[in-house]
Design a protein around this ligand. Structure first.
Ligand code: ADP
Ligand code: MG
Length: 655
């Protein structure tokens, strides 16, 4: 994809953008982007990152910055050439790095996201998604019809020029000495944008200054207005930004605007944080942390890498933003910084991977964040519900990932329930508070969606007894339930598994809170009635015979009131929906045969029992009952062709 041309004066390489970049550029340049200004924030944040990275490298190799030890970023316009330049004396890029960093996108999952965005049209949703993705360097093409990047990697001699109009790929060649003069001293990067007519406001110093103040005030590197040689000569020029490390300032002195603007800088997003956790830990380990929970779910939240993006600083020096164990994976949606006072500055990034101080920080931060979440749930339930909708599925991963935080996690977990047909979230504590006398389990039903679950026949017996059932609809629920068996010693019990002890529920046995003789008597007579009905017993025997290869057994149901049949997992078996999920994730192989429960009081069951007594063939009816139970459950039926044939025959007879 690269062609070498020999020009008269210099040689240059013409390269194509990767497919992802081309797509991103199409979206960026053609989208009606209301927020053009953010390009400057993106360029400045790249420059600040470049300074941070060189500052870190210089700890072990001071020669790198010997001739020019003060890091800074300069921005200036040239109204004659109609250009705006952002120049830094950071780490710079080699020729290969220019081609890689500004020609491809390294984030995994980008291709899929771009495809999705292309299909979305120019609507608001697409803008939202782009905002979460972070357009980065390419945002420059919203305001520029040409961008030149001149760069010299710290420690290298060669200086390269990257140039592109944003649609026909890019060229790379060696920079001329006039072009090289754009750099600030002997290293770093100068990005020069040829400003489009519709972005002329960026030819005004006030606009540049305002935008920087607004979006980049708390960048720790000083940002100056003016070309580098002008700034060096005039010792009185002050940086535009306040340059303080926001996280070191006392909470009481920081306004919400300052917090939010720092969030936008660090996340590259457009949303506001839903929760800001700012904390200075003093004790056996000392660190400051400023961590934000976004309002919108980051686009790659469920990327298999589960990586976090929190930046690690050591005494104000940036170390890395790619340290796997700095945050638990189930808090990977948080953005922000952690600044340690204890770690040595010259620590290598590799040795951080298993550092005990990092592990202590991770745990302390999780504890703090969980307590902040708990606070939010009490002080602002609506905001918490939004948060939980976006990040609950990720947070719940912690239930099996981090035993140490399990109790605090269970405290903030929220679920829908049968109490109000899945209208409002409830906490486990509130559920337990509402438990009936005689109830000694937390009942739940798991399934694909609320709509599916709400109409499950298995719920009928619970609803009629006014026993609340929690609805678990996230795939993750079926995983944590395998390790978290109880909440405050009350076991979780799936209502689609095993036999439910309705008798003690009806009697209120567990609690001894008064003996309800009336209902006890009633249920006892009910039981006697149905247990002894010989037609039903005969039907059960017959059904067991017909379905012996498909199911574990057939039994009378106590959980059904309106439906004729339902399937449940046998005692000690794996809950049926959970089994399906596990099968899907290849965590489970052997299929357990389910139990088919029939409702002896249902007219249809009584009718089939009658036919059976008369010696008539009930085969088709029994198979239809089983298929019906599977369909309600969302399970595939074994033989759709036969199902259709049986169904047509029955309809034919009935119509
Ligand atoms: P991101 O900053 O999220 O990595 P960008 O699109 O903003 O994505 O930048 C892409 C890459 O280009 C950066 O990761 C960095 O390696 C490189 N880069 C961009 N600007 C600079 C700069 N001023 N100095 C050094 N490297 C830079
Ligand atoms: Mg960037």
């Amino acid at each position: 994809m690269s062609a070498k041309k020999k020009g008269t004066t210099e040689s240059f390489e013409q390269k194509s953008f990767s497919a992802d970049v081309s797509r991103l550029l199409r979206i960026v340049t053609h989208a009606l982007y209301t927020n053009h200004d953010v390009f400057l924030r993106e360029l400045i944040s790249n420059s600040a990152d470049a300074c941070d990275r060189l500052r870190y490298d210089a700890i072990s190799n001071p020669d790198l910055i010997k001739d020019n030890p003060d890091f800074r970023i300069c921005t200036y316009k040239d109204t004659t050439a109609r250009t705006l330049t952002v120049v830094d004396n950071g780490i710079g890029m080699s020729k290969d790095e220019l081609a890689d960093n500004l020609g491809t996108i390294a984030k995994s999952g980008t291709a899929a996201l771009m495809e999705q965005m292309e299909q979305m049209g120019d609507g608001k949703d697409r803008l939202k998604l782009i905002g979460q993705f972070g357009v980065g360097f390419y945002a420059g093409f919203m305001v520029a019809n040409k961008i030149q990047v001149i760069s010299r990697k710290a420690g290298n001699d060669d200086i390269w020029l990257w140039e592109s109009n944003g649609h026909d790929g890019f060229t790379i060649r060696e920079a001329s000495s006039a072009e090289a003069a754009r750099l600030d001293g002997q290293r770093g990067t100068a990005v020069t944008l040829s400003i489009k007519d519709e972005a002329s406001e960026f030819m005004l110093d006030q606009k540049i200054e305002m935008t920087i103040k607004e979006y980049s005030d708390h960048i720790s590197v000083p940002i100056f207005l003016g070309a580098p040689e002008f700034v060096s000569q005039d010792k009185d020029t002050k940086p535009i930004n306040s340059t303080s490390a926001l996280w070191m300032r006392p909470k009481s002195e920081i306004t919400k605007e300052e917090y939010d603007s720092f969030y936008k800088n660090i996340s590259g997003g457009f949303d506001e944080p839903i929760m800001t956790s700012h904390w200075k830990a003093e004790g056996t380990i000392e660190f400051s942390s400023l961590l934000y929970t976004p309002t919108l779910r980051p686009w790659d939240l469920f990327d298999p890498s589960r990586r976090n993006f929190v930046k690690l600083y050591v005494r104000r020096v940036f170390i890395t933003d790619n340290l796997e164990n700095l945050m638990y994976p189930w808090l990977r949606f948080m953005r922000g910084i952690i600044d340690s006072e204890d770690l040595p500055l010259n620590i290598s990034r590799e040795s951080l991977q298993h550092n005990p101080t990092i592990e202590k920080i991770r745990s302390a931060v999780a504890r703090r964040v969980l307590s902040d979440m708990d606070k939010l749930s009490r002080n602002d339930p609506a905001a918490f519900a939004t948060f939980w909708g976006q990040f609950g599925p990720a947070v719940k991963e912690g239930l099996y990932d981090a035993t140490e935080h399990r109790q605090s996690l269970l405290k903030i977990c929220r679920f829908y329930s049968s109490r109000d047909d899945g209208a409002e979230l409830t906490s486990l504590a509130d559920y337990v508070e509402r438990m009936k006398a005689g109830q000694d389990k937390i009942y739940y039903l798991s399934g694909e969606s609320l709509d599916n679950i709400k109409n499950s026949p298995q719920l009928e017996g619970f609803k009629s007894r006014d026993v609340e059932v929690l609805f678990f609809t996230d795939t993750i629920d079926d995983f944590w339930l395998q390790t978290v068996l109880d909440y405050k010693d009350i076991p979780f019990q799936s209502i689609t598994k095993g036999d439910v002890d309705f008798d003690s529920l009806d009697n209120g046995e567990k609690s001894d809170k008064g003996d309800n003789t009336d209902s006890k008597e009633k249920s006892e007579t009910d039981k006697a009635d149905k247990k002894d009905d010989p037609a039903i017993s005969a039907l059960i025997t017959k059904m067991q015979e017909i379905l012996k290869d498909k199911i574990h057994n057939v039994r009378r149901s106590k959980r059904l009131t309106d439906s004729p049949v339902c399937l449940v997992a046998p005692d000690g078996g794996v809950d049926m929906y959970m089994e399906r999920v596990l099968r899907l994730h290849q965590k489970y192989e052997a299929g357990t045969k389910p139990v088919l429960e029939i409702n002896p009081s249902h007219a249809l069951i009584a009718k089939i029992a009658g036919l059976n007594n008369k010696g008539e063939d009930i085969n088709d009816a029994v198979y239809l009952l089983l298929d019906q139970a599977k369909i309600i459950q969302g399970e595939p039926i074994d033989n759709p062709g036969q199902f259709a044939r049986r169904m047509s025959e029955f309809m034919n007879k009935a119509l």
